[in-house]
Design a binder for this molecule. Sequence first.
Ligand code: MIG
Length: 717
Amino acid sequence: MKTYKVNEFIMRYSIGNPFATEVVVNKGEEINRKDIDYFQIDEKKGFRFSHKMDPRDIVWGLGENQRGMNKRGGIYISYCTDDSQHTPDKKSLYGAHNFLIVDGEVKFGVFVDYPSKVTFDIGFTHSDVLDIVIDGEDFDLYIVEGVSLKEITGQFLNMIGEGYAPPKWAFGYQQSRWSYKNAEEIEKIVDSFLHYDIPCDTVYLDIDYMERFKDFTIDEESFPHIEGFVKRIKNKGFRLIPIIDAGVKIEKDYDIYEEGIANDHFCVNEEGKPFVAAVWPGRVHFPDFLRPETRKWFGLKYSRLIDWGIEGFWNDMNEPAIFYSNKGLQKAVEKAKASENENLDIYSYFELRDTFVGLLNKLEDHKDFYHRVEGKLVRHDLLHNLYGYNMTRAAAEGFEEIQPNKRFLLFSRASYVGGHRYGGIWTGDNHSWWQHLLLNIKMMVSLNMCGFLYSGADTGGFSGDVNAQLMIRWMQFSLFTPLFRNHSAMGTRRQEPFAFDEGTLHILRNTIRIRYALIPYIYSEYMKALIHKNVYIASLAFEYDDTRSRTVEDQLLIGDSLMIAPIYEENAVGRYIWLPEDMLLWKAEDYRNRSYEIYKKGNIYLEVDIQEIPIFVRKNKIVLLGKHGSSVENLCHDELEAIAFVDDKAAYVYYDDDGTTKNYKNKKYNEVFIEIEKVKNDFEITITNRGNDTLKKINFEILDIQGNVNKKTVEVS
Ligand code: MIG
């Protein structure tokens, strides 16, 4: 073991010969130390790191995973998995996010940089022991120190590099569904949004747009004259976002396939021949995204769609998902043939059935193919968690060459820590279940801690039929997540806002409009979090240190000023809420008619009607609001509303930029500094404008602790 000091907060313990995942750039300076803080190490089989937890310790993190914000009580396995049944007993989902924080009297963070299987047993086997088991002997383990949850997270985010900024329009509402089968149907969706006057920025193209599920192709029968079509939809104010899958169809004369073969871009089997697996298009090869040459080749292919006028993509099936391999299928078929004349009983019947079911995403198949890393063959399962990460990296690196200064929308299903630099993620195939709304709420905290700020779930649920109530409650939550997309599976109940009854449509319209009205705040908070290496969504524990606040699992902080308490139970007419300090409640319904109530610190039961969204403004904080528009680009921000809850003094920095380029990286953004101070019985407002040429005035509604409202308008120069 070698020890390195990365900086004054972070130590790296390097075991064996770790694979270059390229997640951490600054590897630190070697120092002479042979023991590791916080953990006991057992090297018998693989490596086991054990830490004794205090009964009150909370364990945060692990990104995309099941269970609570507090991960205690479960086992979690980092091994990117395409499993569409996100039931509470599942140990792996699509991401591998090996960062956690033990938070108690003693606090520290751990990041395991290892691209294959890592098991986190967090008090499951022994209730007071955290065990991290690494199935390998070459990895880096980082220990991150700091005085608070917030500081440790900040140090970690700082170490893994600046996150991805989507274009500003990607903060609008997005409509998706698997089965929009042709151009006409897409246009009908677009026209419905316009007809019903519901803001929306994008419509998605799922696999239905491709010619027989082949990447970078278009089905010309269903989508004739694609360029003109993209333009027409764009003129109506919408962008089309196509899906790209990981597997490349094996088909003679399909140019991507031919080029891949000619230039050795595909993963290979033991004999060095391209590995064959089956996914959507039937048999495919997998591009070897771990090779820079292959990333470059594949990444530049996106230009084909960019030439049609496309500005955003989602990368799917990149765990990679495998329906079956030739070997697996052959075995299963042989088994079926052999049992043709058998009297299948309960055991043999289920065994036969499971042979077929088990063809999906088999670990054995991962051991049958290889990547070529610097001329050497490396078995896929040993690098598995880097596949989706590198597919998304390929796309991002491609965009960088195609249009270096343009921000594209990009997000992925599979991911690894570090992937947040290239794109966002969505949380895959959830269900239209209330439990998955709650899971979504909890997961946003750990995703943010791992850097995935641009993330969100399929709003309304992917599988299964959603009812109006769940759709409303889910929308009321997702309006706070940066990626705000309604997506559903083929064959399920339609879940566009206008697929419901009139009353529901009315509520959904108002809900989406609230999102658009909040864009000045949401975008500002997102970009500040990105630039300053903070989270955008956090648990209350990030700001409040009392026991009650530290254990609240169903309320969230959104940016610096807001706390939300979503409704996530069927037929609920209200809920219990913990107020960690005095707060101002805005029960949002139609954002243009606002009323407020002040609540004292403590527990409350709040009645919440179906059309209401409880939004709390924290003490001495300010939130900015504009008006809605049909799309983000149609928002007008020359006049803003400020809701402030001020005891003595409040301050806010309103960030904005061009929303389309990467110039913000060179400090080309504008900031408006707002300060409110209570002076005797009045409030003094100071505004300093650094470069915002749009904003002309702000209308303030300032509430004090007693609930007195003070209205003022201030010109901005
Ligand atoms: O096996 O492209 O998670 O969002 O709609 C299903 C079809 C493949 C899985 C994605 C989902 C997408 C679906 N895909």
